[in-house]
Design a protein around this ligand. Structure first.
Ligand code: ADP
Ligand code: MG
Length: 298
């Protein structure tokens, strides 16, 4: 149940899409594969699933060399491509039976997959009668029919409404319990809700590969404080662990510290020592959304 990508590069004619990408994914991990449009996410996924070949590099799924044995690799990979290609005139069960026949899977597996993705109440319908969220579930059911140990999902939540989003995220999380899941998105909150790990690429370059907990680990805190009187900059500058500060409004300061310690009590003492009263005091933590923007806009 592992994925190993080493030094993969891909160029379409003159368009460089991936530049020496390497990463490793272990059993039972859900990995968010992030990056702005055109970053190379879909290209990486097509290479991982054996549908296109890179110009250089190696790809292994569970010790199977995907580039040398794509068919064998596809037996243990479930893939939901971008834009979820479905035969929409087919009934849900009819489509899943068709897929089961391709993969030479016993039809008896279909009902448990329908149940697993929460399609039971809609399974008697034609695919084009289903909402986008339910069509996405059909795509997921088709992807897990052959009980793959690795799931590759290309933007499975794009175009869903907020309720559908939450449901599909829950489903991905559930599937991740006994599979290695790599799914692409450009929504950072999604990653926060579902993933154990985050890989961020931009213009074919790998920028971040971290555990979610490591990414959240950030010792910077910004404190927004309003004093009752005007205070000179040189006083504020005397505070310990300061990274930066600004003073947009008269007596309100935005002060960023690099510290493991909560700096609010320090500011409280500082105010008292300088004969000031604190009118408001708030902490603002960097969220992953800001972090993603910082990383990808540079
Ligand atoms: P993402 O999925 O992150 O949006 P893609 O992998 O689709 O990124 O695309 C990466 C880059 O490769 C983009 O610049 C895109 O225009 C280019 N690209 C993708 N597919 C092709 C193709 N078949 N031919 C030429 N260029 C392509
Ligand atoms: Mg894409």
């Amino acid at each position: 149940m592992s994925i190993k990508v080493s030094s993969v590069s891909k160029t379409y004619k003159t368009q460089k899409a991936l530049n020496e990408i390497s990463f490793y994914a272990n059993k039972g991990q859900v990995i968010g594969f992030l990056g702005p449009n055109g970053a190379g996410k879909s290209t990486m996924m097509k290479i991982l699933t054996g549908f296109i070949k890179p110009n250089a590099g190696d790809v292994f799924v569970d010790e199977i060399n995907v580039l040398q044995k794509p068919i064998e690799a596809q037996k243990i990979i479930g893939y939901l491509p971008e834009h979820n290609p479905l035969y929409k005139d087919m009934f849900v069960r009819e489509y899943l039976q068709f897929r089961a026949a391709i993969f030479k899977i016993d039809k008896s597996k279909i009902e448990s997959c329908i149940e697993k993705v929460g399609l039971t109440a809609e399974a008697h319908k034609k695919i084009n009668q289903l909402s986008k969220g339910y069509q996405q579930r059909v795509g997921l059911a088709a992807a897990i029919l052959h009980n793959p140990s690795v799931l590759i999902l290309d933007e499975p939540t794009t175009g869903l409404d907020p309720n559908q989003l939450v449901e599909i995220r829950e489903l991905i999380k559930e599937l991740g319990k006994d599979k290695t899941v790599l799914f692409s998105t450009h929504i950072m909150q999604e990653v926060e809700a579902v993933c154990d790990r985050v890989i961020i690429i931009k213009k074919g370059e790998l920028l971040v590969d971290k555990k979610l907990s490591e990414l959240k680990e950030n010792n910077q805190q910004t404190i927004i404080v309003t004093f009752d009187y005007k205070i000179e900059e040189q006083f504020v500058n005397r505070l310990p662990n300061i990274v930066s500060y600004k003073n947009n409004y008269d007596n309100t300061w935005y002060i960023t510290f690099e510290s493991e310690e909560d700096m609010r009590p320090v500011i409280f003492d500082f105010a008292q020592e300088n004969g000031l009263k604190i009118l408001t005091l708030n902490t603002e933590n960097k969220n992953l959304e800001t972090l993603f923007r910082e990383v990808t806009s540079a």
